[in-house]
Write a protein that binds this ligand. Sequence first.
Ligand SMILES: O=P(O)(O)OC[C@H]1O[C@](O)(CO)[C@@H](O)[C@@H]1O
Length: 393
Amino acid sequence: MSQPTVPDREAPSITCDEPGSFPWQVFHVRHPALIRRLLEALPYGQAERQAFAALLRESQHDQVAALSPEAPDFELWQVWGKEQYGRPWRQQGFLWSESYFYRRLLQAGGYFGDGGWRGVDLFAPFKHAELDAPAFTGDLAALDRQHALADGERERSLLMTAVWGNLADLGFTIAGKETGDTGALAADDSDRLWKLLDGGLVTVVADNSGRELLADLVLVDHLLAAGRAREVSLLVKPQPYYISDATPSDVLDCLDRMTGAAGAAPRIGGRLRQALRDDRLRLRAHPFGCAPLGYRDMPGDLREEFAASTVTIMKGDLNYRRLAGDRLWPPTTPFAEVTAYFPGPVAALRTVKSEVVTGLDRRTAAELEAADPSWRTSGTHAVIQVATPRDRE
Ligand SMILES: O=P(O)(O)OC[C@H]1O[C@](O)(CO)[C@@H](O)[C@@H]1O
């Protein structure tokens, strides 16, 4: 096997330095809007309100402050943040700074403290509202129609629902973006993905809770029930992150909502509960899930898990950034090249909501760039991309 190339050394890293750029807007428009919404949703006292305001100021104008030594994850962040502390936020890589912002947001909301906000998921009001919204009820009802489809059509529908479910991301809706429609696929390796799903261990790295998680769980149920997976390992976040990212309790809430509904949903929810009991479905919340790093820097235990999987399915935009590297790749850079370090077959199911794009054919890339330069952040396109170690030979 030839040595994998390391093309990410060549593409520029994405930072928040340029006023008006997408990452700059995340810090200067999206984050203030998020904090306003948090303060409306939860009755935080003076101390937390001041801490949120201080975090906004620091992250927009100042240097990165380190965690205090009392923080439970101090040691972890000493490693993850040693290059960044004491230097301006805007000069950090976007992936690092956005991830650290969410870590610090939890702290500002008292999540790690010894007061009444300890352990409170500050995004829970939004997550619960999504579970109670008509769109979620509509998704549950749509499972009956999906169930009635012929096998091939049903698999296509399950996959597409999981892909476009990624639009239902609260960070995206806070930015005033539409989530109702589905757009076009800019790359579609779905046939290759189904071929890989041949009855082995499948790892699914989940993204958002709510509608996206519902679609992912329904897909997982199908993989198990149809023998396309012997076992599924579902990785979620160990703590609240990027607004609506799923944690273990979000999985349980979603299962509850399914089992409390009518039609196909309770049957699927019941099978998933049984799969959890039988260990055919394993729920994992690895600390690396909230790391400000790409998968290239994954720890050994995760590497082993991915290596042992017949395929790892990465959901969502952030996982894509972490997988490909948060860089301004030419969009025709082969997906297999940017994921050459990955220890096994990997598939990305993602709606495109940030600037990182790889693996497009020349014509599609040219057409998309020419038609609307903002296509990378508008959620109008999605990708299903697959790379296996063979592609790298
Ligand atoms: O929920 P997803 O699909 O990972 O998307 C989150 C995306 O939202 C943002 O936080 C802001 O757009 C991106 O930086 C990130 O990639």
